[in-house]
Design a protein around this ligand. Structure first.
Ligand SMILES: [Zn+2]
Length: 306
């Protein structure tokens, strides 16, 4: 689902104002005064579930009479922006915070929620990776870790909505949770899909390209054709939401990356030379931008360990 984003900040603010005035009107019937000049974009997807983008991995949220759920936290400044907006609805505290995985652009805002929620849920490997990464970087004081973890799947009720988390195996890391708002039928894929943008493949945290392809199959088979998905990241001009065809397109990127890596290794092309000469992965030319070298590093590392 490709859509060039020609919206200026002013136009985004208008969309945003419209959306929140609708929500706010439902709640209080009072006039909503929209913030102006904000750098973030907050959009409703369906049934009180939406997304927030500013800096870092896309945040998913639910703000409705059922309660408040937040999926991922970007950085503290961004989490504060999100909560400022949600708090205008006067719905109270956050019932559930989920981390899709441990990366800083998805968890660095966790401290903002420390006194706002009793439950931060993530895969057990995500918690383990967050601790290990913070120790390595010396950022332990800046972390707030998950309070609860799961291994295969877990479902949490918030009001009448059920939020189910699935883990289908190593992919972007070894702790990626897929989050399904069941009634809204909206899924947050975390960083399991980079929409038309070169992915980060965190081999140091147990990533696995071959298995990632299978994980995407399992996702497609678990949800249905009405499901609306959100992605952790999208290339410039591409949406952070989409459907099965976008998952298939990213799956194709990973398959073509593996093919290209195998072919290059068979031709004994040194990694450094490959990184210098490769601008796109043959057969997946929609993936552009910065960071192709991270894919090439990862595919050579994965093939070397087989
Ligand atoms: Zn990530």
């Amino acid at each position: 689902m490709k859509r060039r984003n020609f919206l200026s900040k002013t136009a985004q603010a208008t969309t945003y104002t419209f959306f929140f005035s609708q929500l706010y009107a439902c709640k209080t019937k009072s006039k909503f005064i929209a913030p102006v000049g904000q750098d973030y974009n907050m959009q409703m997807i369906r049934n009180g579930v939406g997304y927030f983008t500013e800096r870092g991995g896309t945040i998913g949220w639910m703000a409705s009479k059922d309660g408040i759920v937040v999926v991922d936290t970007q950085f503290p400044e961004q989490s504060n922006h999100l909560l400022e907006e949600i708090d205008k609805l006067e719905l109270g505290n956050v019932d559930l915070l989920v981390n899709t995985h441990h990366h800083g652009d998805h968890t660095a805002g966790n401290p903002v929620f420390k006194d706002r929620t009793d439950m931060i849920l993530a895969h057990s490997n995500s918690r383990k990776n967050q601790i290990a990464s913070a120790k390595k970087k010396g950022t332990e004081d800046d972390q707030v870790y998950p309070t609860d973890t799961f291994r295969t799947s877990i479902t949490q009720k918030v009001g009448n909505e059920s939020i189910s988390l699935n883990y289908f195996g190593a992919a972007h890391t070894d702790g990626d949770a897929i989050v399904h708002f069941e009634n809204a039928n909206v899924v947050h894929m975390g960083d399991l899909v980079f929409n038309r943008r070169f992915p980060y493949i965190d081999m140091g945290a147990g990533a696995n390209i071959e298995n990632w392809i299978q994980v995407l199959d399992k996702s497609i088979n678990t949800y249905d054709d009405k499901t609306i998905y959100m992605w952790g990241h999208a290339g410039a001009g591409y949406e952070v939401t989409g459907g099965i065809e976008d998952i298939r397109a990213f799956q194709n990127y990973l398959e073509k990356l593996l093919d290209f890596g195998e072919k290059s290794l068979r031709s004994s092309i040194p990694l450094e030379k490959l990184k210098e000469s490769t601008k796109v992965i043959p057969g997946a030319e929609e993936w552009t931008g910065k960071g192709i070298e991270r894919s090439l590093d990862a595919v050579y590392a994965e093939l070397a360990r087989e």
